[in-house]
Design a protein around this ligand. Structure first.
Ligand code: ZN
Length: 178
């Protein structure tokens, strides 16, 4: 959301026209960032009005505006990080689901290998899921392993640009969830 010229109007609220004031109030109703800024600023203003000694305060509003700007950047950073975390989490879940899918397609193979192993009597004491998994990977033809690695590789190739694009977009735009 564009916060201009509303941010400037907040600091010059006494100088702006009635029309501008109306627009500003409309924006404040739907923008938390500017609302926050406006509330903080009106607090400072009331303190300034109550303080009899106004001379040492000159330059204060400028400093305050700078600090508000820094605060705004901080809020944007927080939102960016949250966005990155959500995207990362979603990608992780998709990856885990794919791995689960891969694992379940393996279990059929594991069962066959396990049955064959049981019939032939090999590794009689080690017929459990762990041994079957090991057996499968151990006996799997290089083609299957290459194919599996290829799948993981392709998925990585798909994920990387997506992740890179997200990081680039966030770093370029800064705030996204507004
Ligand atoms: Zn705003």
């Amino acid at each position: 959301m564009d916060h201009q010229p509303f941010e400037e109007w907040i600091f010059e609220q006494k100088e702006i026209t009635i029309e501008e004031n109306k627009k500003l109030n409309n924006h404040l109703n739907e923008c938390i960032v500017c609302k926050d800024l406006q509330e903080s600023w009106s607090q400072v203003e009331s303190i300034l009005v109550q303080t009899p000694m106004t001379a040492p305060v000159s330059g204060f509003s400028q400093r305050f505006a700078t600090r508000m700007e820094a605060k705004k950047v901080l809020i944007q950073q927080k939102q960016s990080i949250r966005y990155l975390l959500v995207v990362g989490l979603v990608l992780l879940i998709i990856t885990l689901l794919l791995f689960a899918l891969l694992f379940f397609s393996f279990s059929t193979g594991e069962m066959i290998v396990g049955a064959v192993t049981a019939i032939t009597g090999f590794f009689h004491a080690f017929i459990n899921l762990r041994a079957m998994t090991y057996q499968f990977f151990h006996n799997a033809s290089p083609l299957v392993i290459v194919f599996g690695l290829l799948l993981i590789g392709i998925w990585g190739v798909v994920l990387m640009p997506l992740w890179g694009f997200t990081v680039w977009k966030v770093s370029k735009q800064g705030v996204l969830l507004k």
